[in-house]
Design a protein around this ligand. Structure first.
Ligand code: HEM
Length: 260
């Protein structure tokens, strides 16, 4: 085999190794994203237990801690969160020049279809490019989550594992409500909005990437994505309002007859 053919073969092997590596990265970032989204639905139920009142919230937190479910879960979520962020971040442009280009692209995309065409009075035939805008917002919300989510996870690990917050090592409604009403409601509200957008759009994009649009139309998937977004956002927002002490728990009647 001559040297040219050997060089071509080497390039082929390198390309296929790197393509295989990219598929593995894709599967891991998709898999960790899926697990985190499923966890966030469970999180809505767990934190949402405050809707039944402080007794319901404390009972669930104590149950998960006494049976050593909360302690390993917080570590598992931290690992999933970091692995997902590290692998998903490989697609974010790293150079300032590229970021500026993305910014210009985002502006152009959100305007497209709305601007007047210079030579004509009617609107441009191009509709705003929803799918590309979703990707750009996926990146933006991901960056916000990296900061606020890391803070929240460290806070939760310290709360569950040390007696630094409250009377005991573990989550208590009194301390959770005290810190939310003292001002954490604001970063939590931003985090909530980013998480729900990121998770519902992430699931939609993941489904398309792995071929779900072969048996379901994109319009239906978009609809499902929007329903998930609004339902979970509504539940999270009501939970936050109750945690902040601005509203009485609306489901307190469910535990009215229960023994304390
Ligand atoms: C095992 C890990 C986690 C535990 C034990 C946990 C627990 C809690 C608890 C107890 C609260 C009530 C507020 C407080 O006590 O400060 C809360 C609120 C919240 N958490 Fe987490 N959390 C975890 C992971 C996450 C992750 C990964 C995210 C998103 C990145 C997240 C997003 C939120 C948001 C947005 C709120 C505001 C309340 C709401 O849902 O409306 N949490 N979490």
């Amino acid at each position: 085999m001559n040297s040219k053919a050997t060089a071509v073969r080497k390039t082929d092997v390198t390309t296929s190794t790197s393509a295989r590596r990219q598929i593995v990265y894709e599967a891991i970032s998709g898999g960790t994203g899926l697990l985190l989204a499923l966890f966030m639905w469970g999180h809505v139920v767990l934190v949402g237990s405050i809707l039944t009142g402080e007794r319901g919230f404390d009972w669930l937190a104590t149950f998960l801690e006494d049976y050593y479910i909360a302690q390993p879960t917080v570590f598992a979520i931290i690992v999933l969160f970091l692995v997902h962020a590290a692998l998903a971040a490989r697609k974010i442009p790293s150079q300032l020049k590229e970021r500026k280009r993305i910014l210009r692209l985002a502006k152009g995309l959100s305007r497209s279809g709305r601007e007047q065409v210079a030579t004509r009075t009617e609107h441009s035939p191009f509709r705003p490019h929803v799918e590309s805008m979703l990707w750009i917002w996926q990146v933006r919300t991901g960056l916000v989550m990296l900061v606020l989510g890391s803070f929240h996870l460290v806070l939760m690990a310290m709360d569950i594992l040390t007696p630094l917050y409250g009377e005991i090592a573990g989550i208590e409604s009194a301390t959770s409500m005290a810190r939310v009403s003292a001002g954490l409601w604001l970063p939590y509200a931003v985090l909530l909005l980013c998480v729900e957008f990121h998770a519902s759009v992430g699931l939609y994009r993941l489904a398309i990437k792995w071929g779900a649009d072969l048996w379901m139309s994109r319009a239906v998937m978009h609809l499902v994505e929007r329903i998930i977004f609004w339902v979970i956002l509504f539940l999270g927002a009501v939970t936050l309002v109750v945690l902040a002490g601005w509203m009485d728990p609306p489901l307190a009647f469910l535990l009215d007859g229960a023994a304390s």
